[in-house]
Design a binder for this molecule. Structure first.
Ligand code: DAH
Length: 371
């Protein structure tokens, strides 16, 4: 006789056990009787159908009908039983078929797998890695810091006083709802990687030599040469007796390592609040070799000047050291240089890409070219 779900009156452990055993026995027996795909389907429906399948009936008859004090124990038993029945039903197959004709969803592990093509390194990340590598070979370590930063680290400790106009040069994206906090605690998206200079000096005593790669944000609408998100690599060296000569020698070496030994470097005076003196570093255009021309045409990347601006740099302003003085950075005893460069712009120039947006659109056809 086909199995039907009995009503339970006795909810003792022994009675539950017996009822479960009979149920599993019935299911095992029926599974062994399945002769073809139609029977398999009927078997599955009989046991598993949401509406009035045996498992549903067990739920209704055994669980919902259980007296309050037996509910917990009955629940545990019924769950165990459900797991066992599900296992039996899912493992069932047409007798003699070896199990492969009917269980369509079963995985055939002898088939070759789905191959995922190996991706290409993104040109921005490649450039990032190359730049970091040049400085690592000079003995620099890598430091990182948060993208969501406080006003203190992004501005104040870098010698941008509150309300100083130099803040306006960094079109900052502020986090909403910060007005109730003191200004130095207000959160923003860091506009440069320079705040990690301070964060690192707070943690490490001099001498230090670090490079800091990272993501930064500015309120710039996206176009061929701007993006609200981009990447920078910062550098900082602090020790006793570090001079502008060290800065020039280090950066000249780094530019030759990056762009080829024939590039020349050239420094022009500039202004950054956290360095004094400050400079912009130019290298001879590695597209036209410094001639300003490509054949008969003007060289566009260097605007025919033969020079390309690659970074900002300078000697760390003593005012910056004042913020980390207690960690060994007495401005009377130590000196240092810093620099910061845009990775994306260098990647654009290096790979001759004419629109920055290609880097961030995730179009595989573009990225494949770098594979
Ligand atoms: N933080 C500057 C910017 O984003 C770049 C910079 C200039 C970094 C001079 C430096 C530096 O460390 O010394 O515009």
């Amino acid at each position: 006789m086909a199995y039907t779900v009995p009503k339970l009156t006795d909810y003792s452990a022994a009675a539950l056990e017996k009822a479960a055993r009979e149920c599993v026995g019935a299911c095992t027996g029926e599974a062994a009787e399945v002769r073809n795909d139609a029977e398999l389907k009927a078997f599955r429906d009989r046991w598993m159908a949401r509406k009035n399948g045996i498992l549903t009936q067990i739920n209704d008859l055994w669980l919902k009908g259980a007296p309050k004090e037996a509910k917990r124990e009955a629940g545990i038993r019924v769950n165990e039983l459900k797991a066992r029945i599900t296992e039996l039903v899912e493992g069932a197959h047409v007798a003699g078929s070896g199990g492969d004709s009917l269980v369509a969803e079963r995985v055939d592990i002898s088939l070759p797998g789905v191959r995922r093509p190996i991706g290409a390194e993104h040109p921005v990340m490649r450039t990032w890695r190359e730049i970091v590598g040049v400085f690592q070979k000079l003995g620099y370590s890598v430091a990182e810091g948060p993208v969501v930063e406080t006003d203190y680290y992004n501005f104040e400790a870098l010698n941008f006083p509150p309300n100083h106009p130099a803040r306006d040069t960094q079109d900052t994206l502020f986090i909403a709802g910060q007005q109730s906090k003191p200004q130095r605690e207000r959160l923003l998206l860091r506009t440069h990687t320079s705040p990690v200079q301070i964060r690192t000096m707070e943690k490490m005593r001099p001498p230090i030599r670090i490079v800091i790669p990272g993501t930064v944000h500015r309120n710039d609408p996206p176009d061929a040469s701007h993006s609200p998100m981009f990447h920078q690599i910062e550098g900082l060296a602090v020790d006793t007796n570090i001079t502008f000569g060290d800065l020039k020698g280090t950066l000249d070496h780094a530019m030759k390592a990056l762009f080829g030994s024939s590039v020349k470097t050239h420094f022009r005076p500039s202004f950054f609040p956290f360095t004094e003196p400050s400079a912009e570093l130019y290298v001879t255009c590695f597209i036209c070799g410094g001639s300003g021309k490509r054949g008969a045409d003007p060289c566009r990347p260097c605007k025919q000047s033969g020079w390309i601006e690659v970074l900002g740099c300078g000697m760390v302003d003593p005012n910056v050291f004042e913020f980390v003085k207690d960690n060994g950075y007495d401005p009377k005893k130590v000196s240092g240089f810093a620099f910061g460069m845009g990775v994306d712009r260098l990647a654009l120039l290096k790979y001759g890409v004419d629109d920055l947006q290609y880097f961030f659109q995730g179009d595989v056809r573009f990225l494949q070219q770098f594979g």
